[in-house]
Design a protein around this ligand. Structure first.
Ligand code: NAP
Length: 304
């Protein structure tokens, strides 16, 4: 390994990837960072912004193994940010793991899902399979089991504000979410500092909230009479479809809410705040910023 390890971040044009690169810049010079992007995104402002920072950009498409072989040449540590093509992610992630192994990468960190090994969530299945493939590969690994981004909840707010009803199916279940930037910072720490090989980090916000509490926060910030309406998961799914949410996404939403009711996205370990060296961003701050400057909302679709 060279004196300063060469660090590779996949999906560097995405919201998490951009955050990781920003956080990495606080640890290492730009020359130590390589950003992986899809060929299709090469001419975008996100890639131009990476290059302006002096960061090398290489094409690394999870569906194109040849690009990965070239991309990982000379790389010491790699962050694999999970893809967003739900249902097709395991073979894509396997391509990355195989190429990393062939390139002699000495550490592969993967952004998984909170409590992946026991999670009842549908979304956990691909993460569980990827984790197993990574462990079986023999490449030294770190599992970044990310909880929910608080930003994910903002997608529900426009409809709630319009109707006065925040609908869901998570009952009194609490979600220990944190800002996306908190998870980005944790990934950067793991990539840029020593001693993380073999670790499984359950990453979540310091405090959890129910959807009822979220509705109360929205009421407080906006002054509008928003209430939380708890539904059975199937009824919530059907109601979401009726409101125009695509059926596959409505299924994931109701499955996730049902999992939250069972505590699937709740965690009190404090691992994320310990890794980043400060408390996680309170959900009130992230939601409050969205409500007071709606154009800052990222339109996140809420998949994990
Ligand atoms: N924990 C949570 O609450 C939560 C919420 C949402 C998502 N997630 C997961 O976390 C990941 C990162 O989140 P995010 O907010 O950064 O998502 P995002 O902004 O949607 O970014 C997704 C990134 O994945 C890249 N990508 C997609 N397919 C790829 C492929 N075949 N090869 C290489 N790159 C590919 C995209 O590249 P382009 O720019 O070229 O499209 C983009 O950079 C998501 O992909 C998803 O797995 C977690």
């Amino acid at each position: 390994m060279s004196a300063i390890p060469k660090l590779f971040v996949t999906a560097a044009t995405g919201q998490l990837g951009r955050g990781v690169i920003g956080a990495l810049r606080e640890h290492v010079p730009a020359a130590a960072i390589v950003a992986g992007v899809r060929e299709a995104s090469l001419d975008t402002p996100a890639v131009a912004a990476l290059r302006e920072q002096g960061i090398e950009v290489r094409v690394a498409d999870y569906t194109q193994p040849a690009t990965l072989a070239n991309a990982f040449e000379g790389i010491d540590r790699l962050l694999l940010i999970s893809g967003n093509d739900i249902g097709h992610r395991v073979p894509q992630h396997r391509h990355v793991i195989d190429a990393a192994k062939a390139a002699g990468v000495t550490l592969l960190a993967y952004t998984s899902i909170l409590h992946a090994d026991t999670s009842p969530l549908f979304l956990a299945e691909e993460h569980r399979d990827t984790e197993q493939a990574l462990i079986a590969s023999g490449v030294p690994y770190v599992l970044l089991r990310n909880g929910w981004y608080t930003e994910v909840f903002t997608w529900r707010l426009p409809a709630a504000l319009a109707s006065g009803v925040l609908a869901g199916a998570s009952g009194e279940g609490r979600t220990s979410s944190a800002a996306r930037a908190d998870y980005a910072r944790a990934a950067a720490v793991v990539l840029a500092t020593e001693g993380h090989a073999g670790q499984v980090y359950e990453l979540a916000g310091d405090a959890g909230f129910t959807l009822g509490e979220l509705a109360a926060l929205v009421r407080k910030v906006t002054g509008k009479p928003i209430v939380y309406h708890d539904m059975a998961p199937a009824a919530f799914r059907d109601a979401s479809v009726e409101q125009g949410v695509p059926e596959p996404f409505a299924r994931i939403l109701s499955d996730t809410d049902a999992g939250v009711a069972q505590g699937a996205l709740f965690d009190t370990s404090g691992t994320l705040s310990r890794l980043i060296g400060r408390p996680t961003t309170p959900y009130q701050d992230t939601i409050g910023a969205f409500l007071t400057t709606p154009s800052d909302g990222d339109g996140n679709t809420g998949h994990g």
